[in-house]
Ligand binder design. Structure first.
Ligand code: 5GP
Ligand code: ZN
Length: 143
């Protein structure tokens, strides 16, 4: 069976599963995340089924991301958050649970928001030479 036949977000896009729609055009669909980490927590997805960032066509990505600031602005006007996180999880280890590419827009209202990334940085673990070698390892694959 093709992956998209079993995909909850494809079913939402087709209207086979109800959703609280925020925005739709020929390329993208945006709707409230059931989880509502904070009020107005919204997902934006491409209408074509692409499972994660590693499978996302850059042209599709461009169409999707041009809508992200528009939706962020609408959330701002609706609820006046003091900040907003964009989040995209790729792969189970990274927290992805629905394998249809999506970007979370999570408005932030204050320190009691039930979201905590808790990043631990490792600035002192690398020399400038090591950073340059890592950057080169990546950039050598960009064509
Ligand atoms: P991920 O964990 O893959 O980054 O995010 C998937 C998100 O999809 C979760 O935040 C979850 O709350 C949301 N979600 C899962 N099933 C449904 C659904 O049926 N409807 C809606 N609106 N959101 C869903
Ligand atoms: Zn899908």
């Amino acid at each position: 069976m093709a992956e998209e036949n079993d995909c909850i977000f494809c079913k939402i896009i087709k209207g086979e599963i109800p959703s609280a729609k925020v925005y739709e055009d020929e390329d993208v669909y945006a709707f409230l995340d059931l989880g509502q980490i904070t009020k107005g927590h919204t997902l934006i997805v491409p209408k074509v089924h692409q499972k994660d960032i590693f499978h996302l066509d850059p042209e599709i990505a461009a169409k999707l991301f041009r809508r992200v600031p528009v939706i962020a602005d609408a959330i701002n006007k609706a609820f006046h958050p003091v900040g907003l996180n964009l989040l995209n999880n790729n792969g189970t280890l990274a927290g992805q649970s629905v394998f249809h590419y999506h970007v979370h827009l999570i408005p932030r209202y204050g320190k009691d928001d039930t979201i905590n990334f808790g990043f631990q940085t490792h600035t002192d673990d690398y020399t400038n030479e090591q950073r340059a070698a890592i950057a080169q390892a990546i950039s050598s694959h960009i064509h």
